[in-house]
Design a protein around this ligand. Sequence first.
Ligand SMILES: [Zn+2]
Length: 184
Amino acid sequence: MNRVVFDPGHGGVDPGAVSGNAIEKDISLVVALAAADLLAARDDFYIEVTRETDINRDIELSLEDRVAFSDRQNADLFVSVHCNAMAPGSPANGFEVFHYYGSSAGNQAATDVFKAIDRKIPEIAPRSVKEAGFYVIKNTQAPAILVECGFLTSDQDRPNLERPAFQKKYGEAIAAGILQYFGV
Ligand SMILES: [Zn+2]
């Protein structure tokens, strides 16, 4: 059984990036749940998510809580889903997938997910697989990746990322990369 924990970024009082009507916490939730649902329908995956809704309290789900949850689930892979933002007017666009410094399993997972998104989501330009020290990918016991689905500040990315059908398709692309990683 392949155990995967999905972590939709932000939530509750923490919206993440906001640009126009696009709110990172909402987009990351739909994308992550689409990927989670797809894998949960298989009998060779055990799937958990750190949040299934916007958090119905005046709090945010802490990064420590997310890591502790993954560790309690004894995850084989932790997948955090986010959207990027730059200063308004910045031309930055595209998706990127992060793993922790020097993690070879993290690099493999990030590379597989990056390639799947590149193949299935031509609307968002590929940036690259990158190493970083973000709290959640540094501290989970499981190999971990963090997907930045695109830039909400990009006039190129945002119109796609705002569409529910596109968010679902994005989740399916991430799921395809995870299947590749587990070799199933
Ligand atoms: Zn974020």
